[in-house]
Design a protein around this ligand. Sequence first.
Ligand code: AMP
Ligand code: MG
Length: 412
Amino acid sequence: MLSFEQARHVVEEHASSLFPHGEERVGLLESIGRVLAEPLVADRNFPPFPRATRDGYAVRAADLNPLPATLAVIGEIKAGAELSLRVGSGQTAAIMTGAPAPAGADAVVMVEYTSRQGNRVEVSRGVAVGENIVPRGAEAKQGERLLAAGIRLDAAAIALASSVGKSHLLVYIKPRVAVLATGDELVDVDVSPGPQQIRNSNSYSLAAQIRAAGGEPVLLPIAPDEPERLRELIDEGRKTNLLLLSGGVSAGRYDLVEQVLGDMKAEFLFTGVEIQPGRPMVFGRLPGSAAEFPRGRDPDSRYFFGLPGNPVSTMVTFELFAKPVVRALAGMTPTKLVFLRARLKSEVKTKTGLQRFLPAVLSGEFDQAEVELVPWHGSGDMAATARANCYLVLTPAQERIMAGEWVPVLLR
Ligand code: AMP
Ligand code: MG
């Protein structure tokens, strides 16, 4: 049984040896949310011309001494205008934000400090050389690498890609992640359940989490608590890039997942983590067909997670442990798990010994983050979890936390 931190390190370590399984070129809009598989490089200088950042007058800073100074207006430059004007001594050109500064000018004085009469303008305030102009190439030089492969393409990355003219981008192929729900009591969502039956929800929560992590879920049929069929479906699942099982990992007589995986020569990297919910989960890998490879060097081996069947446990353990593996297979640069801090709204009493991740609501605005547990009935309570927007983290040593204390929170 590992601590939460130990288990997380094991997963991160194994995830760091994983790679995506190929690349494809897609249109810019199709690439939103995908993982960049090529660096983004500046195809020209940014900005490509010295760019005015204010509306005003392009001047030679030295001309504004003494003040007020009167200059001859030789033209007007708007954004997109061709670079033809040249400002000489005693001259100026009206200029708009985003327009190219003319040759000869070395600063822009804001329109607020000027007063115009016909072809002359009086300037009441001086400027430093370079003021209100971003020099050509100041943000990036042509050929400079702006973004490395391995980032998820969000709005800012998409903006950058379009600014360097990439109408198509190379992205990683999404990893296929098999989902295998186990349990004799389970029926699928479109089947009317008998009084003793439960609808399979874990396959769907996992599918949603896999997608959010950059993977493509492959839902397998429900596995009964019966070794032959379970083995068949695990064999099916190992054809994908990662296998997630739910249920059947506790100590019960019909919890067969560990046993069947063991029979299939699985190597277990851990069995059990000191967390709640989610304690009985297992992580390991199945050998590939190439039996001659030593353990850990087998290129066809498949990682698997056996996640506990309780719906909240399944979600929490995916978030904490399976997600970094999916992200690695998707080609994303690894990140550490980040906890935010918020003030506890009302006192919490807890049992000690396990790191707990409890569904909670984070609220408040600006710097007033407050967190409160949602009332729940344990790790089967999906409705409570659906109303939550985060997990409140209780560390193993704590017994009682008072209202107003700062507590760690995991966003989801
Ligand atoms: P297990 O981990 O197999 O002992 O299951 C623990 C609890 O989670 C039991 O109450 C199961 O009925 C429930 N459960 C297991 N798998 C699923 C599933 N796929 N969808 C919803 N509930 C499940
Ligand atoms: Mg079960």
